[in-house]
Structures are given as structure tokens and as C-alpha cells.
Design a protein around this ligand. Structure first.
Ligand code: FE2
Ligand code: FE2
Length: 164
């Protein structure tokens, strides 16, 4: 799959996330419906972009915010499935996302922490600035998605997924 990003999107942002976006395994997130009408790939991209913008505002690491934001839900299964540990999916899926991200993209410790705590207050306390940013950005995007309001990269033609 080709991912086309509009010229309106800052090249500095795209440079942080391009290696992840081009990964075929990561692109499989597009198969999973998320928050009723979007898919997990689009949701992840939006959380990433919003986190990148917020990192600039709050003096956080822009690369960590963009990458961990993109990887925070890197789970290739339906969230309606039962978890093997019996935990609620809200507590379980951040651990899977962190583990998958480490295996496929060799993430940093800060990125690991940010992914792991993105469901706060369900789960661990965010331990760094980028982790706080991602947990807030995730909630903003989720609320907008549930309300059917397109913001940031979800707006028309900002990002297009093209089958090869
Ligand atoms: Fe999540
Ligand atoms: Fe999310």
C-alpha cells in the first residue's frame, strides 16, 4: 500500500514517521475499524500528528511524540477479542503495542514508556512529557472520532491510502 501525504502536512513531521508508515506490518492497522467509523491506522496517524504539534508547544521531544503516538495502538487484532490474560483490553493492549513496537522498530525507552501509559488513568502513570502528551492526544482524537468530527490529518485528502 502507498501512503500519500498532502503537501499541507509539514515535511518535518513526515520525516519522523515515514519509516514506520512504509512498513507493511504496520500498514495492516488499516484493516481494523476504530471508534466506529475510522480505522486504527488513521487514528494512530492522527494521534501522532497531534502529539507532534503538542510536543512543539510544550517543549517535548518531537520525534518521540510523533513515533510513540503513531505506535501507541500497534496491535494486529480486534479489540473486541478476549485477552489471553483475562485483563480488560484497556489494560492489555498498550503492553502488546509496546512489545510489537520494540520488536519491529527498536523503540527507545521513552517511546516504550509513552506507549505503555497511553490509556492513563487506566494503567500506569505517564512517566515523561511525551507520555503525557500522547495520553491527552489519544483522548482528544478518540472523542473527535466518536463524534464524527475530522481534525488534523483525518481532514479530507491530508492522507490517502492507495492500494499498490
Ligand atoms: Fe489505545
Ligand atoms: Fe488510541
Amino acid at each position: 500500500m502507498e501512503i500519500e501525504v498532502s503537501k499541507e502536512v509539514a515535511p518535518a513531521y513526515v520525516a519522523h514517521v515515514l519509516p514506520i508508515l512504509q512498513n507493511a506490518k504496520f500498514q495492516q492497522l488499516g484493516r481494523y475499524t476504530h471508534h466506529f467509523w475510522t480505522n486504527r491506522l488513521m487514528h494512530s496517524l492522527n494521534v501522532s500528528y497531534l502529539s507532534w504539534r503538542m510536543a512543539d508547544l510544550f517543549g517535548a521531544d518531537a520525534s518521540v511524540a510523533a513515533r510513540a503516538g503513531l505506535l501507541h495502538d500497534f496491535c494486529l487484532y480486534d479489540f473486541h477479542e478476549k485477552t489471553p490474560t483475562g485483563e480488560h483490553q484497556a489494560f492489555y493492549h498498550p503492553k502488546v503495542a509496546a512489545k510489537n513496537s520494540k520488536e519491529v522498530f527498536q523503540i527507545s525507552e521513552r517511546e516504550w514508556d509513552a506507549i505503555l501509559s497511553h490509556m492513563f488513568p487506566l494503567g500506569p502513570l505517564p512517566r515523561n512529557k511525551e507520555a503525557w502528551i500522547i495520553t491527552v492526544a489519544d483522548k482528544i482524537c478518540a472523542l473527535m472520532e466518536v463524534c464524527h468530527i475530522a481534525i488534523a490529518l483525518a481532514r479530507r485528502n491530508r492522507v490517502m491510502f492507495v492500494s499498490a
